[in-house]
Design a protein around this ligand. Sequence first.
Ligand code: NAD
Length: 504
Amino acid sequence: MSADITHWADGRAFTGSSQQWAPVTNPATGAESGRVALASEADAAAVIASAVRAQPAWGDTSLARRTQVLFAFRELLNARRAELAAIITAEHGKVLSDALGEVARGLEVVEFACGISHLLKGGHTEGASTGVDVHSKRVPLGVVGVISPFNFPAMVPMWFFPVAIAAGNAVVLKPSEKDPSSSIWLARLWKEAGLPDGVFNVLQGDKVAVDALLTSPDVQAISFVGSTPIASYVYETASRHGKRVQALGGAKNHMVVLPDADLDLAADAAVSAGYGSAGERCMAISVLVAVDSIADDLVARVAERTRTLLIGDGGPGFDREADMGPLVTKAHRDRVAGLIGDGESAGAKVVVDGRTVQARGEADGFWLGPTLFDNVTADMDIYREEIFGPVLSVVRVATYAEAVELINANPYGNGTAVFTNDGGAARRFEKDVNVGMIGVNVPVPVPVAYYSFGGWKRSLFGDTHAHGVEGVHFFTRGKVVTTRWIDPANRPSGGLQLGFPQND
Ligand code: NAD
């Protein structure tokens, strides 16, 4: 059945007047499952206007009432997480258990936002100066835009919108046009949870929709997640238009295995973090850095495990769930397969070749098996490019220092991991690497919701990471109020005082 996936404004589906649509496919079958509206500038203006109308009353709603809506949303999402996971699998292709994991990590941020009252408390100082008190508060920004990538159609939007809404803002979400249905499902859930119409809106589309958000004078802030070239463009454009911006970009995450590591644990971790979600995770491990003395042994263990993976349709109805689903589109599958060819031509050793995989699924699905490369060097395209597919490259190094040098020379700084049983080495690694999120014997170190998520260097433009305390700060502005009430017992002397006020 083919469905029309529309925008969402004023608490209901909104088709808009643009006649532009893009096909949405099921990656496991290659079949078109629907089409998504691509907003015109007028459609974008209509959706933004819905948020503008709704925000003042929502910002004035008491914290108690706002958080009650968050709690209701949390209950609904928790009860119906399987429905959302099925939508994710059908449009993205990741296997159901992985889609459930995505929902669970998004739910964590909703739960964090349920307790936002604690983080919106201001400070108070009595008697900062004689008869003068000072207090601070955090207030909502107004309307904020969230622009998200295809690879986490539910979790990445949920890094931002629960916090933004709890803080009193209205949100316009621009999801990826490749898997847009989750956003509409979430919009309906908000309505059911009692969120007033217009506080959460969805604007479907491509560059036209994004540019409308980046340039609208009614939008105060932009949270973006996607590839580095677009993140950089979003950061520059939205900043130029006076907005607060956090733009999270691409990644190339290295996992270093030191000679004393438990090699079975490291091999399990490398395969799980390299090929989970077909490598379409910004925190996927794409480079395995092996110190020479254990490299042969490690590569053999990784290869053995890689060959056992079942590639196939990750949806329901099978006795055994596939380990890895298809890639998101045919074009992306072909690009990744092309990069594997480039790696081979450049002299990297293909240990496991994903291009020859027999997938359990329909022939037209966007299949590509896991590929393992050995003897990759830093000048090869497969090292330099973010492949964003099931390709793991082993780079061999002679020493720990060489491993750190490799990581720090890389333009990205999203995540990294070290596998070792030596606490001192791990402690040194944590200090030595210029990377935002670090795992010690943890290959995908995505921080829990009450910490903040974000990388360094070309993995994040702006200075604020997602969720946690930084997220609350991003979606609020500070005010400081200095107060003097006239106390008859301590009346100021009065008179004109043109000098700069001093405290006493
Ligand atoms: P993308 O950059 O192609 O798209 C992201 C968003 O930008 C989408 O909503 C898309 O519609 C929009 N967009 C695309 N081209 C545009 C253009 N020319 N002008 C304006 N807007 C445009 O990214 P993607 O392929 O959807 O997602 C994969 C990328 O996202 C990878 O690079 C991955 O590393 C990155 N990512 C990063 C993080 C992180 O936390 N750093 C998390 C998830 C994904």
